[in-house]
Ligand binder design. Structure first.
Ligand SMILES: [Zn+2]
Length: 407
């Protein structure tokens, strides 16, 4: 069975060190390069969809999380507060929402600004027992693709529909294949905030958005967040275990807790509704999934090394160095592998799941060409070096999940 922990080690994507602590993996250069590519892609996707990005600290005053409801409702998932002085206590945040509420409240807001979409790839912490931790799928320090969309009530339906469309776009580019959609509702015996009427309204809004999108889903009682119902998009690992990769959550509670309001067109103060949403979840869980579903062979656009340049002999060394440099200048992650037999180098590149190798022999060097070989064994006829770079950079720009453009 494919196991992301084994592949993560073999491909040097991340490192779990007992001295770092259980559930606190370190991203190695190859894993960090792939993650960086995905972070840039998601940020750009969101920017085009009208999101504005912020940075906020993963550590905050205890009062902030009392105000947000996390300490009363979520304390068992949090680390104990750190007392700095008699009247100063800090906590590692378990969610980004409190800080994003402060962003909304930093100045007066008008209805013209809504929906106000505040995005951040931010750090947060979850207290987990060491027995349940493993690789990247369950960790204690989490970097979440998160956003909070502050809406007027009548905007919520369209906003949820737009988020569902963004999730589909991101999943297609990454090669994520959801196992199912779940509408998570209240259940008996759990702690929830807010009144009955608001919960009914929120649950109906989500139901309507899923129906309008023609999206099949199951309803799950007792799976809602403490502040509202949500749509969860599930993935499955090779052992059949389900987890949530994307989420859309409605919240009628936090805007009141933080006393957030905007001026409507008649000059009346109104409460916004908050939509918490994540397109691709945490970087950790996303990579645990991507490593397994692709068996380490990522699409070209987020492969840690995209192009291995292979001079056949020492005579082609200088040409190969120049070509590798041009590839790097063109924005590609390219490496030169000059030593050993050509066959061994081609195999080594394929074993490391490098999507493309550019072979440069005497004839290619003389004619300014390269011969591209794909990690799946296919090879292309020699082509001008500039054409080869164009082929790769176009595929990267398109965020294609396929190695070669369809013909
Ligand atoms: Zn949130």
């Amino acid at each position: 069975m494919v196991d992301h922990r084994r592949l993560g080690r073999e491909l040097e994507l991340f490192h779990a060190d007992p001295l770092s602590g259980a559930g606190l993996p370190i991203w190695l250069p190859a894993g960090a390069a792939a993650r960086h590519a995905i972070e840039e892609y998601v940020r750009e996707l969101e920017r085009r969809a009208g999101y504005q990005h912020v940075y906020s600290p993963p550590l905050g005053k205890r009062e902030l999380f009392e105000r947000s409801g996390h300490l009363p409702y979520f304390a068992e998932d949090m680390y104990p507060p750190m007392r700095i002085s008699e009247d100063d206590e800090f906590v590692l945040r378990p969610a980004l929402c409190p800080h994003h509420c402060l962003v909304f409240g930093a100045r007066g807001r008008s209805y013209r600004e809504l929906p106000l979409r505040i995005g951040e790839l931010g750090g947060m912490y979850r207290s987990e027992r060491s027995g349940v931790l493993g690789g990247l799928s369950r960790v204690r320090a989490i970097w979440l693709n998160d956003a909070h969309n502050f809406c007027a009530l009548e905007q919520v339906g369209a906003e949820v529909a737009d988020i569902l469309a963004l999730i589909r776009t991101a999943h297609a580019a990454l090669g994520v294949r959801p196992a199912g959609f779940r509408l998570s509702l209240r259940g008996p015996g759990e702690k929830y905030v807010g009144d009955e009427q608001e919960w009914n309204r929120a649950e109906n809004l989500l139901r309507e958005a899923l129906d309008a999108a023609g999206q099949p889903y199951v309803e799950a009682a007792g799976e809602a967040a403490f502040y509202g119902p949500k749509i969860d998009i599930q993935i499955q690992d090779p052992a059949g275990r389900e987890s949530t990769i994307s989420t859309i959550q409605l919240d009628f509670d936090k805007a009141a807790r933080f006393d957030l309001s905007y001026m409507d067109s008649k000059g009346q103060a109104r409460r916004p509704v908050i939509v918490h949403r994540s397109l691709v979840g945490s970087m950790e869980r996303l990579f645990a999934y991507l490593i397994e579903v692709h068996e380490g062979a990522f699409p070209l656009w987020y492969a840690p090394v995209q192009l291995e340049v292979l001079p056949v002999g020492p005579e082609q060394h200088d040409v190969a160095v120049a070509f590798a440099r041009t590839a790097v200048e063109a924005g590609l992650r390219a490496e030169l592998a000059p030593d050993g037999s050509l066959g061994a180098r081609v195999r080594a590149a394929a074993r490391r799941r490098v999507p493309y190798a550019a072979v440069i022999g005497a004839r290619e060097a003389a004619e300014g060409q390269v011969s591209l070989r794909l990690r799946d064994g296919r090879s292309l006829a020699p082509m001008p070096a500039a054409s080869a770079l164009a082929l790769l950079t176009e595929s990267v720009a398109a965020h294609s999940a396929e190695l070669l453009p369809a013909v």
